[in-house]
Design a protein around this ligand. Structure first.
Ligand SMILES: Cc1cc2nc3c(=O)[nH]c(=O)nc-3n(C[C@H](O)[C@H](O)[C@H](O)COP(=O)(O)OP(=O)(O)OC[C@H]3O[C@@H](n4cnc5c(N)ncnc54)[C@H](O)[C@@H]3O)c2cc1C
Length: 421
């Protein structure tokens, strides 16, 4: 492999995708002196980044695929209110991804993944700080921690491996009994055997507003946003040199960043990189007048969903639906969240809730791709952040900007390479 020197940062960079990852990347590239054009058929933040749970999940160093995870799957699938569902018509296409997902649970690989995730997550708050401050939205970030709620001691025991892994990586976890839970969150039903408080979690009060405000800042500083879909990347004698859009436009660049979330694999393939990117579809219901008040994010350990107090109401979100990019949403999944949450918060008022589905861009080893193309020196990838895209976006943006500019991102990027599969 022969990788040429990096382009001059003052030249033109096109970023495909205006989710939280693309927008953070565009802003960091711009801060480093590049002329940046961000392209997306949707307005910034209207894709998956619109409706996530808002969690700054800096403690989540454990990959999703852990030793024993697979044995829990049948139980999850059989529970209509459970955390996982598979659209069976999609199973044949999913099988290779599931195989890789299972292989990622080997203990040595889990350790390596946790080390890689920890290296990204440790930088999350620091890398967001300038983006939030310059966009004037520092107040949207709340650092009040998160409590994982356990309805049974058995569930707590099942999580022992994951908790030990987190503690080995320095994650602070404090066990709470029923009385402490009642004091910290008085609206909770007295149905929990234990809570695990992780003080280092944070959340944002409006994930869409975070993207929109960073994008507005990007525009104010001279960045260009084009509402169009990239349909092709033109490759010249020296490598990629322009994108063609569905609006019939040809936009030339010196460097290109693919940050198109769950749709990135389709763009990467003709550029020589085949990646096992799938989508873990997730749902939310946001309740505008919930009638209860939470002081921080809550996580249902058994139910696989979270409750986040946001500026527009209480957001119930999570669960995983494996069903690809084309099948229609099944909003019964969003209603399941309300049924579950009502058990937790007996006074919950579910009137007027809005439902939403998004496409988590997920690689089977729970690590994103943050990488230069192995084939072209001016092509970069930033996608596949799965459950942690909000948390990891600013760090991804800072790293990609350094790579594009030829600087040292001061982090080991081997685990995030696009050609690791
Ligand atoms: C229910 C749910 C809860 C979540 N909770 C959390 C959480 O608490 N914390 C956390 O860190 N993460 C969370 N996530 C994950 C997080 O939302 C995602 O990882 C993140 O939004 C991915 O960002 P992105 O910018 O890569 O993708 P997106 O936001 O999907 O942006 C990709 C953009 O690329 C555009 N695009 C696609 N194809 C093209 C093309 N050909 N040309 C131009 N543009 C294109 C799309 O239109 C889209 O706007 C959650 C996800 C879900 C679904």
């Amino acid at each position: 492999m022969n990788v040429a020197p990096s382009p001059n940062p003052a030249r033109t960079v096109v970023v495909v995708g205006a989710g939280i990852v693309g927008t953070s990347t565009a802003r960091y590239l711009q801060r480093d002196g590049a002329r940046v054009i961000m392209i997306d058929p949707l307005a910034p933040g209207r894709g998956t980044s619109f409706g996530n749970a808002g969690g700054m999940a800096v403690t989540e160093v454990a990959p999703l695929s852990l030793p024993g995870t697979l044995w829990r799957v049948p139980r999850w699938l059989m529970d209509p209110l459970g955390p996982l569902t598979i659209r069976w018509s999609y199973l044949p296409r999913l099988a290779p991804w599931l195989w890789r997902f299972w292989r990622a649970s080997a203990p040595a690989r889990v350790e390596a993944t946790a080390t890689a995730l920890a290296s990204l997550l440790a930088r999350a708050y620091g890398d967001y700080e300038p983006l939030l401050v310059e966009a004037g939205i520092r107040d949207l970030l709340k650092r009040q921690g998160c409590i994982s709620l356990y309805e049974s001691e058995e569930a707590l025991k099942e999580d022992a491996f994951e908790l030990a892994l987190k503690r080995r990586h320095g994650v602070r976890i404090e066990r709470l009994g029923p009385e402490e839970l009642r004091q910290m969150e008085p609206d909770l039903a007295p149905i929990f055997k234990a809570g695990l408080f992780m003080p280092d979690w944070g959340h944002v009060a409006d994930p869409y507003r975070v993207v929109a405000a960073i994008a507005e800042c990007f525009s104010r500083q001279g960045g260009t946003i084009k509402e169009a879909r990239v349909v092709e990347v033109e490759i010249g004698a020296e490598g990629p040199r322009a994108v063609l859009t569905d609006a019939g436009e040809r936009i030339a660049f010196d460097a290109l960043v693919i940050a198109a979330g769950a749709w990135s694999a389709k763009l990467a393939k003709p550029l020589g990189s085949k990646v096992p990117l799938e989508t873990e579809r997730g749902y939310h219901t946001t309740l505008p007048n919930p009638g209860v008040s939470l002081s921080r994010m809550l996580h249902s350990a058994e139910g696989g969903f979270v409750l986040t107090p946001m500026s527009m109401g209480l957001r119930l979100s999570g669960t995983v639906e494996l069903g690809g990019l084309d099948l229609p949403p099944d909003y019964a999944r969003a209603r399941v969240l309300v049924a579950r949450a009502k058990r937790f918060l007996p006074a919950l008022d579910a009137e007027g809730g809005t439902e939403w589905m998004g496409y988590r861009p997920s690689l089977p080893d729970s690590l994103p791709v943050i990488s230069r193309s192995p084939r072209f020196a001016n092509l970069f990838y930033a996608f596949g952040h799965g459950h942690l895209g909000l948390t990891e976006a600013a760090t991804t943006g800072r790293i990609i900007a350094r790579l594009v500019g030829g600087g040292d991102p001061s982090i080991d990027l081997k685990p995030f390479r696009i050609d690791r599969f």
